[in-house]
Design a protein around this ligand. Structure first.
Ligand SMILES: Cc1ncc(COP(=O)(O)O)c(C=O)c1O
Length: 390
């Protein structure tokens, strides 16, 4: 209904009005933050957030070695240097490894909450504070997930989220940035929301107000129909998350004693969004059966959805991260920066076997008739990892 209404009322919104304003206000309210800015994708949200936090040439940014690559790739566009830190078996940053990678050039730590399982974000926050670093979040898997009653996406200077496809909150395609910091907000607008929004929302005395017409030259606005889809979903998000929680509890209970797999552990006080249900594959309890054979067997047994994610993997295995200079040559300046990046990356791309194995497998889709009305939002995918593989 919201989408049909939007078709009638307008399919291009150049300023902060209509469905864009309503969704941004609803998001700010949901998270309890001062500002939410919608973007066309999560990648654009991350790009805007990094630019708005003034990350650029010479800045080292500690990122998870295991994530969907777009957590990190916008940093290449800004000439910043991603430093890959190791991840724990749940796919989230290993705080001790992050601490080891801090240097005098480190400007920020980026934390993800993989498959909806919140990272140890409080420990990362105090680490960042101790070293005067920015903490930034990529909450793309974890809309509504919480740590100690606080929603992920509110622990750092800013957070970026994807609203793509099967995410816990979806617009089809879209994203958003959250921040309490006015200057970050203005710079997010300048980065990807040029003209009307900048002219209307930046204070006249902001040092960059004179760039309001052009912004920084990029247009990352969300499509109003996508905003209408997400607005409708946001009203049901907590209900969807409760449904996922019930499914996850059922899966934990039924899979606990199944040989060959270990169910996810949820830290006390932590509320995942269950974007995926991560299982550790234990091949030693299945006579060392390789994960590929296990994967085939699971398919034969009739799991509805079997997936082995390719793009969400240890980033050091991707050609772009092995040799960024070969692919990113926009200007001589960027080229030089990236050449430095590629040299400097090499010592940092060592990852432990738990991370390197990252052979993920979204195995099953579980749904329950009670939840059929919103089956897309309530399906839970299972990811399975072999910590000894690779
Ligand atoms: C962790 C993470 N970050 C960022 C993104 C990028 O979001 P989008 O596809 O909306 O650009 C994704 C998308 O799947 C993701 O999983």
């Amino acid at each position: 209904m919201a989408v049909l209404d939007q078709l009638v009322s307008g399919i291009s919104i150049p300023d902060r009005s209509g469905i864009v304003e309503r969704l941004e206000e609803a998001l700010a309210d949901y998270y309890g933050v001062r500002h939410a800015v919608l973007t066309c994708t999560g990648t654009a949200a991350l790009h805007s957030m990094y630019a708005a936090c003034r990350l650029g040439a010479g800045d080292e940014v500690i990122v998870p070695a295991y994530t969907f690559f777009a957590t990190v790739t916008p940093l290449f566009q800004l000439g910043a240097l991603p430093v890959l830190a190791d991840c724990n078996a749940d796919g989230n940053l290993d705080v001790e490894d992050v601490a080891r990678r801090i240097t005098s050039r480190t400007a920020a730590i980026v934390v993800t909450h993989m498959w909806g399982m919140p990272a140890d974000v409080r420990a990362l926050r105090s680490l960042a504070d101790r070293h005067h670093l920015l903490l930034l979040e990529d909450g793309s898997h974890a809309h509504g997930a919480q740590v100690g009653g606080q929603k992920v996406g509110t622990f750092g200077r800013a957070a970026a989220f994807s609203l793509n496809g099967p995410k816990p909150l979806s617009a089809g395609e879209g994203g958003y940035v959250l921040t309490d910091d006015d200057d970050v907000y203005y710079r997010v607008l300048l980065h990807g929301q040029y003209n009307n929004r900048c002219r209307n929302e930046l204070p006249r005395d902001h040092p960059l107000y004179r760039y309001s017409v052009t912004g920084m030259g990029l247009k990352f606005r969300i499509h109003p129909l996508a905003a209408a889809v997400a607005f409708d979903q946001l009203g049901h998000l907590d209900e969807y998350l409760d449904g996922r929680e019930r499914i996850a509890a059922m899966m934990r209970e039924r899979l606990t004693d199944v040989p060959g797999i270990a169910v996810p552990k949820v830290a006390t006080g932590t509320k995942p969004s269950w974007y995926g249900f991560i299982l550790q594959y234990r091949r030693e309890s299945l006579s060392n059966l390789p994960i590929e054979r296990f994967y085939e067997a699971v398919k034969v047994e009739g799991c509805h959805v079997v997936d082995r994610p390719v793009s969400t993997c240890p980033l050091n295995t991707l050609p772009l991260f092995q040799d960024p200079a070969r692919y990113i040559r926009h200007t001589q300046t960027v080229y030089r920066i990236i050449r430095a990046t590629s040299r400097t990356l090499k010592p940092f791309i060592t990852t432990r076997s738990s991370c390197q194995s990252g052979i993920g497998m979204r195995m099953c889709t579980w749904s329950n008739s009670t939840f059929e009305r919103s089956a897309r939002s309530l399906t839970t995918t299972v990811s399975c990892y072999d910590p000894t593989d690779g």
